[in-house]
Design a protein around this ligand. Structure first.
Ligand code: TRP
Length: 469
């Protein structure tokens, strides 16, 4: 049995603090910006259904596993994996999982920060009343104007990176709990306000049916460049990847937060609560956005700009819209901020543990490297957006997003599942989860051993065309 370790970096003040921080990490741009736009690009309801199934049978079991490993190891993900592999008598190579996670976090943050910069920019546009009475065309051109200007994007990206690294440098726990406790519920209420607005548009039913009526043809067939419909598996892979992305899984973010979790807290229940809240936020965002899309004759598959082209229309027409809009983008920025922090936390903690540097020094260097890479994403919306700069029809930003969210996170999650299910002794899992050897434990153990790895592998094999249904 492992001796009881304390985290070298302190602990949460209690279970609620962990719930708040993990929710802060999970709820972010993934829910409000990414979920609607990829749902729109992939045909709606069927995509949502696949995504929900992935959350239930893959996301939740892996979240439980990640929190559990983190709390047992009580270190940065890399050192946690190394430590647990040693304790369980397994190969030291498992530590590379920690490495891959840090790289994934770094790559994701580099573009996440650029998008968060858009949210920042929109705070000022809404506050200035730019959107009052705006038309769909107007909202579209205000958005294009922003993203076609590399200098402005770079400035907002820089501001967001500085905001993030200041918090990381000071230590994640100071302030984060309070911020999440008040701001998350506020964001939730504002989403309800937006859904209320959407209800009064002419297309609320159409929006809901797009979101909840599964149409598998729309999921699995896409027009290629010549306008011919072709079968594609990529949307299923995207849905799987997004289940990881939205729950912050597969790279150690939830593991490091788990490492600060007090001994007594119930991991399984907590994980389910976090996953439910996260899913609810995403669905509400979808319910707010698609009615606006259809009521204004916009394109559901408009891409990464979708919320920035639709929500301003709502704010431009509802009473008190400038106020609500400003508040909304402030809260969105906050949600992005509390997520961004968790993306670098594993790397910064690892530098502090293994290289004897202080948090400030580690944060400055990690932040600088991330900022530099982010310039690639900034430019991919303007100077290098052209086809001659694309690979497989994807821009630099699309490629980075595909590589991380769609490939690295599910693979990371697969190995986490394999480690927890097949490398950890059953007693170690039981000892750490503290839920007794009842039905719930057995269900989790079954899912993490068989269902989760099998599902991930199946989706992947299909994607590379080895098996096709
Ligand atoms: N989950 C966050 C969102 O939905 C993004 C995020 C934070 C993340 N930490 C992560 C994604 C770790 C993957 C891995 O916006």
């Amino acid at each position: 049995m492992a001796e009881k370790r304390e985290s070298l970096h302190g602990q949460w003040s209690g279970r609620w603090a962990f719930v708040l921080a993990a929710t802060g990490s999970a709820v972010g741009l993934g829910n409000i910006w990414k979920f609607p736009y990829i749902t729109g690009e992939n045909g709606g309801g069927a995509f949502v259904l696949v995504y929900l199934i992935c959350i239930a049978i893959i996301g939740i079991p892996i979240m439980i596993a990640e929190v559990m490993l983190g709390r047992r190891g009580r270190r940065s993900p890399l050192n946690t994996m190394r430590q647990l592999a040693r304790e369980e008598g397994r190969s030291p190579h498992w530590q590379y999982l920690g490495w891959a996670g840090m790289v994934a976090g770094f790559l994701i943050l580099s573009y996440y920060s650029v998008i968060a910069g858009w949210a920042l920019a929109y705070i000022f546009r809404t506050a200035a009343g730019t959107f009052t009475g705006v038309t769909a065309d107007g909202a579209g051109s205000i958005f294009s104007e922003l993203v076609s200007d590399p200098e402005r994007l770079l400035a907002w990206h820089t501001i967001f990176m500085v905001m993030t690294m200041v918090v990381v440098a000071r230590g994640v726990r100071s302030g984060l709990e309070q911020a999440v406790r008040y701001l998350m519920p506020a964001l939730f209420v504002l989403l309800l306000v937006l859904v209320g607005y959407a209800m009064n548009t002419v297309a609320f039913d159409e929006g809901l049916s797009f979101l909840f009526n599964p149409d598998f043809h729309a999921l699995l067939y896409k027009e290629d460049a010549t306008g011919v419909e072709r079968w594609t598996w990529e949307p299923v892979l995207t849905a799987l990847g997004h289940a990881f992305f939205t729950l912050s899984l597969g790279m150690g973010a939830i593991m490091i937060y788990g490492s600060y979790l007090p001994e007594r807290a119930s991991i399984a229940k907590t994980s389910v609560v976090i996953a439910l809240m996260d899913t609810l936020v995403a669905l509400l965002a979808g319910m707010a956005i698609f009615p606006i899309v259809f009521a204004n004759g916009l394109e559901a598959g408009a891409g990464a700009g979708l919320i920035f082209q639709t929500l301003p229309i709502a704010f431009g027409h509802m009473p008190g819209g400038a106020f609500f809009g400003t508040l909304f983008f402030i809260l969105l920025t906050f949600a992005a901020w509390t997520s961004a922090i968790s993306l670098v936390e594993p790397a910064v903690t690892w530098m502090v543990e293994n290289h004897g540097v202080n948090r400030i020094y580690a944060s400055v260097w990690v932040g600088l490297a991330t900022w530099l890479l982010g310039i690639g994403t900034v430019l991919s919306f303007n100077l290098i957006s052209g086809e001659e700069y694309q690979l497989f029809g994807k821009t630099f930003f699309d490629l980075l997003d595909f590589l991380t969210a769609t490939i690295m996170l599910p693979l990371g999650g697969l190995f986490i599942a394999l480690f927890a299910g097949w490398q950890m002794r059953r007693e170690s899992n039981l000892d750490e989860l503290k839920m007794g050897d009842g039905v719930m434990f057995q269900l989790w153990f079954f899912l993490i051993r068989y269902v989760t790895p099998f599902a991930v592998v199946l989706v992947f094999l299909n994607a590379i065309g080895i098996i096709t249904f």
